[in-house]
Design a protein around this ligand. Structure first.
Ligand SMILES: Nc1ncnc2c1ncn2[C@@H]1O[C@H](COP(=O)(O)OP(=O)(O)OP(=O)(O)O)[C@@H](O)[C@H]1O
Ligand SMILES: [Mg+2]
Length: 120
């Protein structure tokens, strides 16, 4: 997986992901989905994740948004949003952070539950 970024205004890191490891527990055994993801997004920077299908782009995004499915286990790592580790927040703190500071647009918004269609 490659990390590509474009800086508009350079300042401190807004988001830092350090050594993020995520496994999925399945009936067929454990899947090691993320094996040490590292990335930094500075203020004003746009960052893209590029890589082949199954390399972990969506799992990285879901980890940051706190939306991993129940069979996922964050084995190690830190997700620092302005220095606060999202993996160590209480459920309520995470809920408030998600409301105010993190949003996610899913891969195919037109088919998500509740979607009323994509404007032309
Ligand atoms: N709920 C799950 N249970 C088990 N394995 C999963 C689950 N979700 C994802 N995985 C596995 O995690 C790995 C990373 O998947 P991910 O969806 O992040 O890939 P991706 O890079 O987003 O691919 P694509 O480009 O197809 O969207 C894959 O091996 C995938 O099979
Ligand atoms: Mg994906």
């Amino acid at each position: 997986m490659a990390v590509m970024s474009r800086t508009l205004v350079t300042k401190g890191a807004v988001l830092e992901v350090k050594d993020l490891r995520v496994d999925f527990h399945t009936y067929a055994g454990d899947v090691k989905a993320l094996n040490g993801v590292e990335l930094t997004v500075k203020r004003g920077e746009i960052l893209g994740l590029v890589g082949e299908s199954g390399c972990g782009k969506s799992v990285t995004a879901l980890s940051i948004a706190g939306l991993l499915p129940q069979n996922a286990e964050v084995v190690s790592g830190e997700i620092l949003l302005e220095g606060r580790d999202l993996l160590r927040l209480t459920k309520e703190e995470l809920r408030l952070t998600r409301l105010g500071e993190i949003a996610i647009v899913f891969q195919d918004p037109a088919t998500q539950r509740g979607a009323k269609g994509v404007p032309r």
